[in-house]
Design a protein around this ligand. Structure first.
Ligand code: CP
Ligand code: NVA
Length: 346
């Protein structure tokens, strides 16, 4: 059975090989890092998402785009989606993935981060890091001659947000002008969603309990971007108000990896922020439910919503692979190896 996303996918207005955003991004992002969504311009965010749609529609065209490229994943935290989406992504474009489990040996403990970078860059073409400290990723990026990608830090989860807005475009045709609501902890996922939503012209409303609002620097940055793109970023402590007429309601766990010691304290604080059928009833009639996963069933979201007809969580999970393939293609100069982008080689 074709997925709902497959059935509803819209054809791009301009062929991707002639798309100004993609051509500009291919030139500017080659060899760059992705530590934060704020490393990208609005055009670059649009380019990654547009290329993600094309990779999804035409995977065979990209089969050899990254032939023999080597990617290392060094993860201090558990992962299902991010790891497998990167591994399948590069494997289906001719490259190879090497996974290094850092869960019992955080980066920087055995050896200085700069020294890790100066070794690893001699063997591989790209480093994908999942860390506790965001500074671990930025320090690796400063010291590495190959691109470094943030696969989740305590501060941001940019690959997640790119796939999520690709999923929204697939569902609604465009992200511009959508009312996007995030309910829950003002965490890493929330930060990247705020920046990405603002970059793509979506109105972003964030409802968190007092004391759990997103980082002020992210809020300021997202509002600056939103002003340029004619949209808004609003914060509230009222989930009902934030959900009113939303095109999408998104939530994440209230206890992120590394915060497990706060579980007992947080549970009652976040209870009024649960996404349940009553909250979903406030959304627009065609509104969708989103979650980065893994979900704590019947904690931040009820089974009825997670498994219900408005849920697009598994389309989001699938699109992690397509969006990450697009990102790798741009950072690793893969497009000139695709026949329709041969103009980039001349
Ligand atoms: N959403 C997400 O990043 O999932 P994983 O933690 O399984 O990679
Ligand atoms: N906020 C969650 C996201 C998991 C994909 C965490 O950091 O654990």
């Amino acid at each position: 059975m074709a997925s709902r996303a497959t059935m509803e996918r819209r054809a791009p207005a301009v062929p991707v090989q002639k798309d100004e955003d993609i051509l500009a991004a291919a030139a500017r992002l080659a060899g760059e890092d992705l530590c934060s969504i704020s490393d990208l311009s609005s055009g670059e965010v649009r380019a990654i998402v547009k290329l993600g749609h094309d990779v999804k529609l035409n995977p065979r065209e990209y089969r050899h785009a990254l032939d023999a490229k080597q990617m290392v994943l060094m993860f201090e935290k558990a992962s299902l989606r991010t790891r497998l989406a990167f591994e399948t992504g590069i494997n289906t474009m001719g490259g190879n993935a090497i996974f290094v489990d850092q869960t019992s040996s955080p980066l920087g403990e055995r050896e200085a981060i700069a020294d890790v970078a100066r070794n690893v860059e001699r063997w591989v073409d790209v480093m994908v890091l999942r860390t506790y400290a965001h500074d671990t990723i930025t320090e690796m990026a400063v010291n590495s001659r190959v691109p470094v990608i943030n696969a989740l830090s305590d501060f941001e989860h940019p690959c997640q947000a790119l796939a999520d807005f690709m999923t929204l475009e697939e569902h609604f045709g465009s992200a511009a002008g959508l009312n996007f609501t995030y309910v829950g902890d003002g965490n890493n996922v929330c930060h990247s969603l705020m920046l990405t939503g603002a970059q793509l012209g979506a109105n972003v409303a964030v409802a968190t309990p007092r004391g759990y609002s997103p980082d002020i620097e992210i809020v300021t940055k997202a509002r600056e971007i939103a002003e340029l793109n004619g949209c808004e970023v609003k914060l509230t402590q009222d989930p009902q108000a934030a959900a009113e007429n939303a095109d999408a309601i998104y939530t994440d766990v209230c206890v992120s990896m590394g915060m497990e010691h706060e579980s007992t304290k947080r549970a009652p604080i976040f209870r009024p922020f649960q996404v349940n059928e009553a909250l979903m009833s406030k959304a627009a009639s065609n509104g969708v439910f989103m979650h980065c996963l893994p979900a704590r069933r019947n904690a931040e979201v009820t089974d009825a919503v997670l498994d219900g007809p408005q849920s697009i969580v598994f389309d989001q999970a699938e699109n992690r692979m397509h969006a990450q393939k697009a990102l790798l293609l741009l950072l690793l100069r893969g497009l000139p190896n695709v026949a329709k982008f041969s103009v980039l080689s001349s």
